[in-house]
Ligand binder design. Structure first.
Ligand code: IMP
Length: 432
């Protein structure tokens, strides 16, 4: 049984890229199966820092095949930019990449629509999207009328598809955008731009469903790399303040084509506290100096959009929910070093709603907005953790914090991360 999946269990930015990078060395194939260039993965290899948003973090490990599977929405310019960057930095085997001919392609109208639609939620609060055209591209995919897949770009009908779509999209956008704020798109220019992308990407285009099925059947070790976090899952997250794909792990098979029977290990990535970018409820948010301290110590500013992230205490109600949803076996607790220096730490252990306490994660965003977190307080620690390399190097209060997180979430903490480098990782195994 060759499949392992890494998913974020909060609202994204849990530092999944680091764990994927570590695990890649034990795998033959690394697959991205949902989302697009809205993700931001920072991976530190030696002195080098790599920031990837579309290519799987596995491209940094020689000898591994990386796959962008059909469930991803592809910004071709971004894929080319990241490939060129790796090439210029001489990352070996960075061209060992397969991109599904089934991926849906993000076009300029999707960016324009993303900007407009985000201001028009029925809720009144903006989703605060990354502005990368993700939602509009997925909407067209499901709608089936104005969608273009990568494989379409190599067919004679591609020019006509672009012309047809632009005619419709120009009229929709000019009706939605205030006069003067929208420059109609030019079909010929878009066609030529995208044709050039298609040519550059041609060597990488493949039927990845077939490739992955054969790899799974041959017993190859496959690592699935989730993007965003489970609370942003379009079906099971904090809808409508979510992304437009299944980021909780339920989307692995639909996005990659690999049946669930080949996926036997689910690893959840959890930050030692919580962060969120964009709009939507966040029960443990600290809109105060403690939140600012966490933001500064954790450098909580977006990899993709550079936005300051909202920060707060760890929410064990939310993470227990996403752990169950993802069928997670063990978790990696990330950025524990960021919590050094606090006299006390809090973990949310229940929600209070209308005078009642519950450990259930609400299904409706209005209820999540109204819950009051019920906290347990734990003693903090003042030691710097960034040099710790084993359990014995961790202060007793940090170990107690890890132990309590594991109890509240219901699965073991297998690894703890105390810094961005590969070496700043402590393996605890299953028996902490
Ligand atoms: P979209 O994915 O750009 O449509 O954005 C929808 C919501 O998901 C917004 O709140 C974004 O901030 C959030 N989001 C999307 N991708 C990420 C990510 O990689 N990390 C954290 N938040 C994300």
């Amino acid at each position: 049984m060759p499949g392992t999946c890494v998913i974020g269990l909060q609202w994204g930015d849990e530092a999944k890229g680091k764990i994927v990078d570590l695990l890649t060395q034990e795998h033959d194939v690394v697959v991205r199966y949902q989302g697009g260039a809205n993700a931001g993965h920072t991976v530190v290899v030696g002195e080098e820092v790599y920031k990837l948003s579309l290519l799987p973090s596995g491209v940094l490990t020689p000898g591994v095949t990386c796959v962008i599977a059909g469930g991803v929405v592809l910004n071709p310019a971004k894929a080319i930019e990241e490939l060129d960057e790796l090439l210029s930095r001489k990352v070996e085997d960075s061209d060992n990449l397969k991109i599904s001919d089934r991926v849906h392609v993000i076009f300029p109208w999707h960016f324009a629509e993303d900007r407009v639609m985000d201001k028009n939620t029925s809720d009144g609060e903006n989703i605060g999207t990354t502005g990368r055209g993700i939602g509009p591209c997925y909407r067209d995919k499901v709608g089936r009328s104005y969608a273009i897949r990568l494989g379409d770009m190599y067919r004679d009908t591609f020019r006509e598809q672009v012309q047809h779509n632009i005619k419709v999209k120009n009229s929709i956008l000019s009706a939605m955008v205030p006069p003067g704020e929208f420059e109609p798109l030019d079909a010929q220019a878009v066609y030529e731009e995208y044709l050039a992308y298609a040519e550059k990407l041609r060597p990488f285009v493949a039927d990845t469903t077939e490739y992955l099925l054969s790899a799974a059947e041959a017993g190859k070790r496959i690592l699935f790399e989730g993007a965003q976090g489970a609370l942003l899952d379009v079906d099971h997250g904090t809808y409508p303040f979510v992304t437009s794909s299944n980021s909780s792990g339920v989307g692995i098979s639909s996005g990659s084509g690999v049946p669930a029977r080949y996926i036997n290990h689910m690893i959840g990535i959890v930050k030692a506290y919580t962060s969120r970018v964009g709009g939507g409820p966040f029960p443990t948010e600290l809109d105060n100096e403690i939140g600012q301290r966490i933001r500064d110590q954790g450098n909580e500013y977006g990899t993709v959009t550079k936005r300051p992230r909202r920060c707060g205490w760890l929410d064990a109600v939310a993470v227990r929910y996403t752990t169950r949803l993802g069928g997670v076996d063990s978790i990696c607790l990330m950025l524990l070093d960021v919590l050094s220096g606090f006299d006390e730490l809090k973990i949310c252990i229940a929600y209070e709603l209308d005078g009642e306490q519950s450990k259930k994660f609400p299904s409706h965003v209005d209820d999540l907005r109204r819950v009051q977190p019920v906290y347990e307080t734990l003693p903090g620690w003042h030691e710097d953790l960034t040099q710790a390399t084993s359990r014995d190097d961790l202060p007793a209060n940090a170990l107690a914090y890890i132990q309590r997180v594991s109890e509240l979430i219901g699965v073991p903490v297998a690894m703890v991360s105390v810094g961005p480098a590969r070496s700043q990782t402590i393996t605890l195994g299953s028996g902490q």
